[in-house]
Design a protein around this ligand. Sequence first.
Ligand SMILES: O=C[C@H](O)COP(=O)(O)O
Ligand SMILES: CC(=O)C(=O)O
Length: 214
Amino acid sequence: MKAAFASIAEVMKSGPVMPVIVIDRLDDAVPLARALVAGGVRVLEVTLRTPVALDAIAAISEAVPDAIVGAGTILNAHDLKTAGEAGARFGVSPGATTDLLRAARSNGWTFLPGVMTPSEAMKAVAEGFAALKFFPAVPAGGVQMLKAIAGPLPQLRFCPTGGISPATAPDFLSLANVDCIGGSWLAPRQLVEAGDWAAITALAAQASQLGSGV
Ligand SMILES: O=C[C@H](O)COP(=O)(O)O
Ligand SMILES: CC(=O)C(=O)O
């Protein structure tokens, strides 16, 4: 197992957009990762939603040393274990159970748990997690919800994900409690299927400039 990435704060500050990646064909994993890294996006969330996801994480870890590859769609302690064995350096979940939070903590994971409500956020804080994914961000209230949460819970840091586009990304990135956002638009299935790595590099390059005022 590779060492976990230093901290979730460091993962979240590595770039404005964390791509949420679904890999259907193992052969796409390495060229896709290289295309994203070439565009300046180093932190990659490979979701455990397809049969090849773990092998994809292993292949990227091995062949693309500049990528910081993590596993998304972690649902339980078993997912954490297999993702770690594949080489994932951090984990992301769409929601959180107490068992999952405790497993992540007791195994020293660099982990970004998903929450959608203040109560879920308070439970995550009680288990030692103050950096959280806000998922699904737009259906759950988007920018207005994040602003409202900042009142009573100003210590929380968020990576909103779900329903964000390049057009709405700056609104999220300008919030004081947001360190990065997540999105699948950097690795659209259609471009991956077509092997259009240049187009993916261009999307990554645009995304890596978001929030910089360029
Ligand atoms: O499952 C969805 C991912 O979290 C990303 O959402 P998105 O496709 O709206 O960017
Ligand atoms: C929602 C998300 O990013 C995940 O599946 O972990």
